[in-house]
Design a protein around this ligand. Structure first.
Ligand SMILES: [Zn+2]
Length: 124
């Protein structure tokens, strides 16, 4: 039996493989993100083939920068300070360990590491 046929047969029997819709041949070498303006969400594709969708609002609330932590920290329990802008306009990869999100108000201090994005997706 050829290697390819064996691969196909194996995938046919595994529902999990089919759901992921990606064989090991098209799994990207690095994690990638796509900003989907229509869904107002950031799509994160991990190099292991899994993907998550993170709504802009969730990401903005979870901005890990010092300024945002302060904004909704103990010093502002009633959240009286203005809510930050929640329109994601862009992103930049920070090396291969994280992605920096750029918001419509110019805020771009949050560096979201890949494990943090996974955590956020799991907490939804
Ligand atoms: Zn921030």
């Amino acid at each position: 039996m050829s290697r390819l046929r064996h691969e196909k047969a194996r995938r046919k029997t595994s529902g999990i493989e089919r759901e992921r819709k990606s064989s090991r041949w098209d799994v990207p070498k690095t994690n990638t993100v796509t900003n989907d303006a229509e869904r107002q969400a950031l799509i994160v594709k991990f190099k292991d083939g899994s993907a998550v969708e993170l709504p802009w609002g969730l990401l903005r609330d979870a901005c890990p920068c010092a300024e945002c932590k302060e904004l909704h920290g103990p010093s502002d329990p009633l959240k009286l300070r203005p809510m930050p802008n929640k329109t994601l306009t862009g992103f930049e990869y920070a090396g291969n360990y994280a992605v920096t999100l750029i918001w419509a108000d110019g805020h771009r201090f949050g560096i979201y590491a890949w494990p943090y994005l996974r955590e956020l997706a799991a907490s939804k």
